[in-house]
Write a new protein. Structure first.
Length: 341
């Protein structure tokens, strides 16, 4: 029904009207990663097929949206000199699929973009444990998992044919992850689980499923003109009012300096979690802007450390994407906020 309403609104010219009314606001698009295999079916909020991403870029070009580099855009937003409906493309994390599919698509169209890289898994070159574990246990297996085969001293057994059994197995394995002291030990646990499920773990690793870019790929991405910026080192959500954010940014910046040239002065909160108590820490380490996962367009009055984004994903239909991009949904949000004041 929502999509039908959006199509009617577009046909009536309301998308075009919304674009004019929101022309001074900055559209910051937020993406995560592109699929290597079928990750977008497993987690459509995180991963996007290469075809869908290319379709979005085609839509931006056909719509005549000015695509600006992030640093220029946040400066011009503050100065009030943005071109109408100015747009920025941002991508989070640093997944291998981003390098394989998104970077070439951007290069072909000569579009600027910012990639916020979380560097721990870039350095370790192992699979992201929690994501690959969820993927492995996202569907039924005709197996009863004996935890003693994976974890010494554990005698639990979980029926992987049932959702409750798979959830119990996930919980137990995540608890075990928390006490393992290295990425290599966590990778070994994933290999054992894959073998128990009858999967070829070597094939999955060679295919680079659920891995980040390598340092060399981050370097190559920067050479293609993609702006590399900060996303914490360990992708840890900083505690409110904690100096953890300073340590994470410092470690993140030091790691990126080994891969490409800065300056590294724009930041993306892991999982979008942020609080005003973070702002003084960001200022102290020289951050110019920080993006969130809050939905909306950025105004000249928006705090530079709390910039909202238009979060795009495989789960979003083209007409829903257009509703966000045009500013139609932003106007609806304004109306709702006024109705509640």
């Amino acid at each position: 029904m929502k999509r039908v309403i959006f199509r009617i609104a577009k046909a009536l010219g309301l998308f075009a009207l919304a674009r004019r009314l929101t022309r001074r606001q900055l559209r910051i698009l937020g993406y995560h990663g592109a699929s290597i295999r079928d990750e977008h079916d497993f987690s459509p909020g995180t991963f996007m097929s290469a075809g869908t991403f290319e379709g979005r870029l085609d839509l931006l070009e056909a719509g005549g949206y000015p695509i600006l580099p992030l640093d220029e855009a946040v400066t011009r937003l503050r100065d009030g000199t943005l071109p109408p409906a100015a747009t920025v493309i941002t991508i989070d994390d640093g997944w291998c699929g981003t390098y394989r599919h998104m970077v070439p698509a951007l290069k072909t169209r000569a579009l600027p973009a910012t990639l916020y890289v979380s560097t721990y898994y870039v350095e370790k070159d192992t699979q992201v444990f929690n994501m690959y574990l969820r993927y492995l246990l996202s569907r039924p297996w005709d197996v009863t998992l004996d935890m003693s085969s994976l974890i010494a001293g554990k005698g639990d057994r979980h029926d992987l044919r049932t959702a409750s059994g798979r959830q119990a197995a996930r919980t137990a394995l995540l608890e075990q992850e928390s006490v393992l002291d290295s990425a290599e030990a966590r990778q070994d646990l994933l290999r054992k689980l894959s073998g128990t499920l009858g999967l070829d773990w070597q094939e999955a690793e060679q295919e680079r499923l659920f891995t980040f870019m390598t340092p060399a790929e981050v370097t190559a991405t920067a050479k293609e003109g993609i702006d590399i910026q900060l996303h914490t080192h360990r992708h840890i959500v900083p505690k409110i009012g904690s100096e953890d954010i300073t340590r994470e940014i410092t470690d993140n910046r030091a790691s990126l300096e080994n891969m490409t040239n800065g300056p590294f002065d724009h930041f993306c909160y892991p999982s979008g979690v942020h609080d005003q108590s973070h702002f003084s820490y960001l200022e102290a380490v020289g951050i110019k802007s920080a993006v969130t996962t809050d939905a909306g367009l950025a105004y000249a009055s928006t705090h530079p450390y709390a910039l909202p984004r238009v979060l795009d994903s495989e789960a979003l239909s083209p007409i829903e994407f257009e509703a966000e991009l045009s500013g139609f949904l932003e106007l609806l949000r304004r109306i709702r906020r006024k109705a509640h004041t």
